[in-house]
Design a protein around this ligand. Structure first.
Ligand SMILES: [Zn+2]
Length: 128
């Protein structure tokens, strides 16, 4: 890919001429995009150097990822629990799975509480 095709293939090139501060990429294609300046590069696994987040989204996105991962883990543990409870000989396994379910639930609740508090604080400070 040539430099020219790379630039023309992104809408950001049109929206943000060189020299102007780019905005956070969160919600960029939505009617209500994030209004904050993009100051933090995306983690390497997610995109190129030209994609950046604001400080708020750089702080909250790892928590959003963790919450989603915990949610998937909880669904799996609950499905295994459902199967294990059908077998009388699986008592020790049920005990372990119930402990895992309780741990994941507790962690998910903490992550979701921190995220909700950050969102409320951001709203009160910047948009309220
Ligand atoms: Zn943002």
């Amino acid at each position: 890919m040539t430099e020219e095709t790379r630039i023309t293939s992104t809408s950001e090139a049109e929206e943000c001429p060189p020299g102007e501060a780019a905005l956070c990429i969160m919600g960029r294609s939505l009617p209500d995009p994030c209004p904050y300046p993009a100051t933090v590069p995306l983690p390497h696994r997610l995109g190129g150097d030209d994609l950046r987040l604001c400080a708020y989204h750089a702080a909250t996105e790892p928590l959003v990822d963790e919450s989603e991962e915990l949610n998937v883990s909880l669904e799996l543990v609950r499905a295994y629990l459902k199967g294990a409870r059908r077998h009388g000989a699986a008592g020790p396994l049920v005990t372990i799975l119930e402990r895992a379910e309780a741990d994941f639930s507790e962690r998910e609740a903490v992550v979701d509480k921190v995220l909700a508090d950050l969102k409320a604080a951001e709203y009160a400070l910047m948009r309220g």
